[in-house]
Every structure is written in structure tokens, then in C-alpha cells.
Design a protein around this ligand. Sequence first.
Ligand code: SF4
Length: 446
Amino acid sequence: MDERTTGIYIHIPFCVKKCNYCAFLSAPGDEETREKYVQALIREIGRCKVNFTSCEPISTVYFGGGTPSVLSPEQIGRIMDALRANFTIADDAEITLEANPGTLGAAEEDVKFTLHQYRAVGINRLSMGVQSLNDDVLKFIGRIHTAEDVRRDFKAARASGYDNINLDLILSLPFGNKEGAQGAPLNSISSQEQSLEDLREILAMHPEHISCYSLQIEEGTTFGKLYDQGLLDEITDEEDRDTYHKVCKALRDAGYEHYEISNWAYAGASGSAGLSRSKAGLSRSPYRSRHNSSYWNMSDYIGLGLGASGFVGGVRYQNTSDLQKYIECLNDPGVGITPADIHADVHINTEHDNISEAVFTGLRRREGIRYADAVRYLANRDEADASQDFDATDTSAEARFWHFYADAREEAESFVRSGHLIIDDEGLRLTELGIDISNSIMALFV
Ligand code: SF4
């Protein structure tokens, strides 16, 4: 069975400026707004504990954004103090801060000082948004930093004692396709060549973890508008998939375990750890993101802050994404806060929701979904199963899974024959080829 944990996600919705491709809940915020937000967040932490008493101890905390490193170490420290005052944080908890180059200081010594201070308040893992190491590309996509900032900040992070660092890279950037794309670094190098060159330099830095995402052009973003005006082309699916598989190979050769569709953790020089799946169990890199892994194994996580989502005790909820409402509601001591004031959306998962989410998220992982982990959500179905067309003498997890998904079995088997899916007596998992059509395969189990 998967190891279940309880995590806390904290959303910091501020950035220095909006990147051209970004559809996340983030915007620039002045110092006063940021401070009011921190105060509101601390009040939310204090008032929400009563709803989440069954969740302790907390094994991961993740500051995501936005750009959490636009908050000072002192502000992050106050948030951590509030968490410690209201929850039991495990001694070995993974505590991640998304820290973007360009926000930590202007000189190496400043960056080191800032990172030391974050460490002092409990941060023990950094996730840095690198995206590319080509200054023209960085400018084109609207990042605030240069490639040199990335190199300096990574070096400073190592010097400050961080031994668990993730670097994010964007693949399949849509440049070089149309001459009208403003600021696009046109035609000197293909998008794929740029991605592979960026990856080579990232690998030479030896981070413990690497995330690679293909760029999606989203509505409402600067890129979305350029696309609508016909000034930007998307990379074709074929090129995107070809880039992805070349990236997979380069990471595998460099010793990274491909443990989730877009995530790799350093596993040792052989590069083989974690890629095989045996009955004796998986060999796992110690650098897998424990926090993100909790999303993929249906663990509980508490979402705090603007627009944050949570999943606790089978209930999914999402906080309001209205910044003014969030701040005013929480910072006015005269207002009696109930979860309904902050939670914009609450959904009690049905049994069907739970099992399909377990399969959907489980298939994102390289080890896939085990029948036993999926059918745990069918614990109350024994009687119903027995009364239907079901061989009640075979109560194995495998039999129960396929009884529930009887309609999907034939098509699932066809994906096995085409080399996209592996089904065995423990569960099912995508092949690397299967990742290319993961949505179609996952849709069978919704
Ligand atoms: S730094 Fe991240 S969250 Fe902020 S605008 Fe850029 S992509 Fe969006």
C-alpha cells in the first residue's frame, strides 16, 4: 500500500511581474498588500485548525505560488511559527519554498544571506523556476531573471547548505515559428535544441530533482493573445513528444528516476533505480518530492491561502481567489469566520470520485496504480458486489477492481497490445509511450 501522509500547501499569490505564459493565480503585489496577506494567512492557519484536527502530524509543507520568495524570510518565519503553533509538524518534515531567481538578492553574498535566513526558519528544500538558460528565451517568455542569476542563485543555495533542490524547465517553447512573434529569438536554434541545451546545463549543475513541463498556450495570457492574433504558433504534438522522449532519455542516462510524468529525482549513477517494478517493491530515489507525491497517492493535504485547494477526509475544497475578500474577511477581527467564508468551493467526494481520482492520479506515477490502493475506496461495496453479477468467492483487489471497471477492460487491453499500458496482477501503469496518450487512457477510468 502507498504510504499516506498529510501535507500543507500554502499559496503565495505574488510575483514581481506576470510571465507571458502564466495562467497561475498570481499578480504583482506591493509591500503593504503582501504584509496584509501574510497576516490574513496567519489568521486562516489559526482558525482552520479546528477543521483539520485529524490530519496531524504534518509531514510536508509546500510554499507555492506565485513566487513565495517575494516574501521575506521574516514573513515566511511568521507563517512557519503559526503552523507550528497550530499543527504538529514532523521533525523530518519536507518544507519546500518555491524560490525564483531574481528575487533572492542582487549579489551572491545577498542571495546566500537570504537563503540562510529561509533555512533558519525551517525551509529545507528549494524549488527554483529556471525555465531556460538562454537570456533571449527568458526575455521572450517574460521572466525577470537572466541565466547568470540562475547559476549564481544555485551556487549560493549550495553554499547555504541546501542539499535538496528542484529546478523547473519549460519544454516546447513556441519560438521561431512565426516572424511576427514579438521578441521571439527567431530561427537561430529550434525549440527542441534549446530545451536539450538547457537540460544539459541543468544536468551539469546536479540538482536532486528536475521538473520538465511542456508549455501550453493558455487563454488570457500574453502568449494566448499573441496566438489569437496569429503571431505565435504552438509546437506540433509530434515535435513536443519527440522532445519529451529525448529529455526522458537524457535524464535516465544521467541517473534520474522518472517517477511521475513530469518529474525526475536523482537516483544514482546507474540511472536504473525506480524504473523497474518488482514484487519486492520499487527502489525509490530519496529525492522524490514527498509533497507532490501526496497528491498522486490521494493523501490528505490542507490548502491555505488565496485560491488554494485542499483534500481532507474525502472532501475537496478550494479557497476563494478574490484577494480583497480573502484579506478583509480574515483581517477583520469583528467577523466570525467560518470555512464557508473562505472556501469558495466544497465537494464531498463520492466513492466513484475517489476511485477514479485514485486511478487518474496514480497513472501519472511511473509505478502506476495498484489494485489494492484503488479498491480501498470500495470498502463498503462488498454486499452490493455480492448481490450483483460478481464472483463473491474472488475478493482479491484485482477482481474487485476489474468488476468495478468491467466496461473499461477491453479498451484497456487494447492499450496493452499497442504498447501504451502494462497490466499485471498488482495493478496497471503507463509505459513511456503511453504517457503520450495518457489522457485517453486515464479517461477510461473516470
Ligand atoms: S513566476 Fe511563476 S507564478 Fe509568477 S508569473 Fe511567472 S510563471 Fe506565473
